[in-house]
Design a protein around this ligand. Sequence first.
Ligand code: ADP
Ligand code: TRP
Length: 319
Amino acid sequence: MSKKILLSGVKPTGRPHIGNYFGAMRQFVGLQNEYDCYFMIADYHGLNFVQKGAEMRDNIIDLAIDYLAIGLDPKRSVIFKQSDVPAHTELAWIFDTITTMPYLERAHAFKDAEAKDKEISVGTFNYPMLMAADILLYDTDVVPVGQDQKQHIEYARDTAQKFNNIFGQGQDTFKLPKDLIIESVKTVPGIDGRKMSKSYGNDISLFASDEEIRKKAMAIVTDSSGGVPENVRAIHELIRDKEYLDRLYTEKAGKYKDLKEALAKDLQDFIRPMRERREKLAKNRSKIIKMIEKGGKKARKAAEKKMAIVKQNIGVTLN
Ligand code: ADP
Ligand code: TRP
């Protein structure tokens, strides 16, 4: 029996942080045996944020290296970039034609952007349709992500259903995907207690140096009430079990500096091996580029098969 299909993606918009890792990327690694996996570098989604060619190019290669450094295996899984598979943007257009403006206006990401910006690109508005195409092209069963992406997966399900209803020809074209969100890490907090995010500047980089980790740990916002610095403990819970932490935080109650130092050490020990693996991988840029090209070929093959059915069903294929 063939395995179920998993697909997920990360935007190449700069260094991933431990929120990305614990919320989503770590799940990718463990699920490689159980599923046929597609791990995408969402460069066309990233284009809404990065609009300098040289920076985009470096970010794409960096993210591919990050994927390998955390333990994704290109022999078992397809690692590819979105722009190498034209079917993604092609299918996003087709979805646009069956989607209404008010429906997209309800997207959280759009509403947040609208609250901050006066001018929103059409690409930002349309973001969920490209993501629906990413997911639906591969008959994806599960999509491991953090909580902030949950609504996008609902959009993909709705869009699949809508397409199936309109163009069904008696048979479903698209499978309905499910999100895979782990409750305990669905929203990893940053050093100020809000959701960890690059844009808030409250993140700890996944491949940070020992010094950077220490600085960030010491800068964690703590209030002066009670003995337990909640924001320190919340990050500590990502890497240590409850019994250990109960003991440590009781023993060191009120000693915030000691607790921050303990967290810094634990984070350093956790991150160091991945950072060192990353440093080695980064030395062979041309090998990384070849790997991305190879993944693109495999993804294209699967996506083209689905696109042929889509085009047949919508009636643009003439025989
Ligand atoms: P970012 O959100 O940092 O710009 P991406 O959008 O590419 O980066 O996110 C990659 C993955 O990381 C997504 O599955 C997203 O849900 C997850 N993620 C991002 N921030 C967090 C967080 N603070 N907690 C849990 N998961 C997160
Ligand atoms: N939108 C996702 C994010 O911001 C990235 C992404 C793009 C994605 N396409 C995807 C995630 C398909 C899962 C599946 O994090």
